[in-house]
Design a protein around this ligand. Structure first.
Ligand code: 8IG
Length: 275
């Protein structure tokens, strides 16, 4: 894997903490390293079962550099499994969002940790709002590209990382061998935590976006900077503000994830067999 000047692209302390977390992860589960990693966002966590033979599990906060949960029991979890084709995969359920205010290095820490543990492939998932009324709640969408509207970056200094193929065309083709009808879209990350106004959603559309959310782009940037190949998948949990005929409601988001769980589980099972 190429990690061109990885030590120069990020804050040295953040890089050291990720290396420490990777060592702790490998020791804890008695593994030589990872092959791939999955970050499961809103709506996706319930699809984490049956992705392979369990190797072990822990709370993310037990590893160096991961923030302790704000609410007890609501922290992120880490599972390591051996996939049906023999690969070691880390499954991270829950992530640090930029809107939590812990800074970009906290957002990127999971990605950097799995990279330091040897993973070459990263699947980033999220729940999002859709600008396309044909993509109803429950629809998974492949990310073709992104627009980062956070005004932030996880990189430091003169780090001119190429993002012309941020979301790997090769991995998108593989994903379509699992589910040929998967549509593709451009994901726009807003800072959050508030949802967009209808005018902001129209702006996202004029800019070329199809989906709006509050994660993923900063993680993708951090991942590309350390040479990970990235596949992005969004679950549409709601129509974006002003697109549908009703207001946004967090319970709708949760319900869409629950209803889509069997389909997402099947998709993820198929994906880990080809990634
Ligand atoms: I789930 O409509 C989910 N996350 N920004 N907008 C933004 N984030 C989201 C949305 C949405 N739905």
């Amino acid at each position: 894997m190429t990690r061109v000047n990885a030590h120069l692209t990020v804050d040295p302390a953040a890089f050291a903490t990720a290396t420490e977390a990777a060592v702790a992860l490998k020791e804890r589960f008695g593994i030589p390293g990872l092959d791939l990693a999955l970050v499961l966002g809103s709506g996706w966590s319930s699809a984490a079962d049956d992705l392979g033979e369990p190797v072990g599990a822990c709370e993310l906060a037990e590893l160096p550099g991961f923030a302790a949960p704000v609410v007890a029991g609501h922290g992120g979890a880490l599972r390591v499994v051996r996939t049906p084709n023999g690969k070691l995969a880390a499954i991270l359920t829950g992530r640090t969002h930029f809107y939590e205010g812990r800074g970009v290095d906290a957002v990127a820490h999971g990605v950097r940790t799995v990279a330091a543990a040897g993973a070459a492939t990263l699947l980033l998932t999220n729940g999002c709002g859709s600008l396309n009324p044909d993509w109803q709640p429950g629809q998974p969408v492949l990310l073709r590209d992104h627009i980062n509207l956070t005004g932030e970056t996880p990189l430091r200094g003169a780090t001119f990382v190429d993002l012309s193929e941020a979301y790997s065309p090769r991995l998108r083709d593989l994903a379509r061998t699992v589910e040929p009808t998967l549509p593709e879209g451009v994901y726009v990350q807003f800072r959050g935590p508030q949802y967009e106004t209808p005018a902001e959603v129209r702006m996202a559309g004029i800019l070329g976006g199809d989906l709006v959310g509050m994660s993923t782009t900063l993680e993708t940037i951090a991942a590309r900077a350390v040479g990970l190949e990235v596949l992005g998948l969004s679950l549409v949990t709601n129509l974006a503000a002003g697109v549908g005929d009703h207001q946004l409601d967090h319970t709708e988001v949760i319900e869409a994830g629950r209803a889509a769980a069997p389909r997402l589980a099947a998709l993820l099972r198929g994906l880990v067999e080809v990634l």
